[in-house]
Ligand binder design. Structure first.
Ligand code: GLA
Length: 389
């Protein structure tokens, strides 16, 4: 794909690009919806993502071409017109970043040409939007010598999602895609941004993704509804206990405070969050000590909680989890925002072949088509790719 993107650029812009980048997607092992509630998460970067070739320009124009959406052609805008425009499509992520940098006092006068091609399924729950944001952040940062750190770029990108695109997401996706390292997951406390790299050498076991092929856009899904619900829970709790976030509380605190929450579906959101936050630490320890049986159990518990308490799963996702467990997975769960996207499965390497065979057979019996299964590697975050590596 690296060669492909170079050719793509030459084809569109009649020149060689200055730089080639790769921006990965991410998987969150565990920590569903905890990140906008001050909780912990345990994500890693995957070897599926977006490749881009880019060069700076001497004027204030930005030209972006995506080979995944060829019908859109080259999308262009100028740096003196940074308002959100529906018809600008995915290039709004770029105008949003320039806009955010302008708000922060950066005077950026020069645009860029960029051609990209990716193998991340959009709406697959693998954070194609954060991959795109970090890709463009890196391009702007490099071409303008802004000297921003990965974490700064992650925070800027999150603001673009929250205030420009309109998704009230947390920091997990942007943080891991900015800071991810090969063969490492990150244990991140989203309220303090304290983090630890956790070795994630997947030799004896593999992470396998199954795409439900049900795409959903976070702006249209119930993601923002869950955000508002948890804000409501927090407000009620704050009348009785001094906390900044729901995840400041422990699982046992649920039994102390649930009586103040009258709506039962809000009680469920509360319970999911305090339990899930605690599970993330247990999962990080399980990964560290390579206790994959425990890790698998935690994944399955996280799925049950996402399904029954946070209510962000779907029939198809539940089905994929069930089939995976019957096929020999040690644990299976939905990932990402929910309501569609992918499941993550932990499989013993020795059982991988039989897992694939069994899964494909059972899936085919039910859906009359082959499943979309990918074994993923744990890779590093967004950056320039050198020609010689
Ligand atoms: C999306 C959001 C993240 C996080 C997950 C759910 O990926 O972008 O911030 O909330 O959903 O864990």
């Amino acid at each position: 794909m690296k060669m492909q993107v170079n050719e793509l650029y030459k084809n569109r812009f009649d020149k060689n690009p200055d730089k080639i980048y790769f921006s990965p997607g991410r998987v969150n092992i565990i920590g569903g919806h905890t990140d906008y509630n001050g909780g912990a998460v345990l994500p890693f970067c995957i070897n599926l993502g977006i490749y881009a070739a880019a060069s700076p320009r001497n004027d204030n124009q930005v030209n972006i071409y995506s080979d995944n959406l060829p019908k859109k052609g080259i999308i262009s805008f100028k740096l003196d017109n940074l308002k959100y425009h529906e018809q600008r499509g995915f290039a709004n992520y770029a105008s949003g970043l320039f806009n955010e940098l302008k708000v922060r006092g950066h005077k950026l006068k020069k645009g860029f040409n960029l051609a990209m091609v990716g193998n991340l399924p959009r709406g697959g729950g693998l954070s194609s939007s954060a991959a795109l944001l970090l890709l463009i952040s890196n391009v702007i940062n490099d071409f303008n010598n802004l000297g921003l750190t990965g974490t700064e770029m992650a925070l800027i990108s999150k603001n673009v999602e929250n205030n420009y695109i309109g998704v009230n997401c947390g920091i997990m996706d942007q943080f891991i895609i900015a800071n991810g390292k090969t063969k490492k997951a990150i244990y991140l406390e989203s309220n303090t941004l304290e983090y630890e790299y956790i070795p994630c050498e997947m030799n004896s076991h593999k992470f396998v993704l199954v795409n439900s092929n049900v795409t959903r856009k976070l702006t249209e899904s119930k993601y923002n509804v869950r955000y508002s619900e948890t804000q409501e829970v927090l407000k009620i709790l704050q009348e009785h206990v001094s906390i900044h976030h729901i995840c400041d509380l422990k699982p046992e605190d649920y039994y102390k405070y649930e009586k103040y929450i009258h709506l039962t579906y809000l009680k469920r959101r509360f319970k999911h969050l305090v339990d899930e936050h605690a599970r993330v630490k247990q999962a990080a320890n399980a990964l560290k000590s390579r206790d994959f049986v425990l890790l698998g159990n935690l994944l399955s518990l996280a799925h049950e909680s996402a399904r029954d308490l946070y209510e962000i799963s779907s029939d198809k996702l539940d089905d994929l989890v069930l089939i995976a467990m019957k096929s020999g997975s040690l644990g299976s769960k939905m990932i990402g925002g929910g309501f569609g996207g992918s499941t993550l499965n932990l499989v013993k390497t020795d059982d991988l072949e039989s897992f694939m065979t069994n899964f494909t057979k059972m899936y085919f019996e039910k859906y009359k088509t082959k499943p979309i299964i990918n074994t993923v590697e744990v890779t590093s975050g967004t950056g320039e790719i050198q020609w010689l590596n």
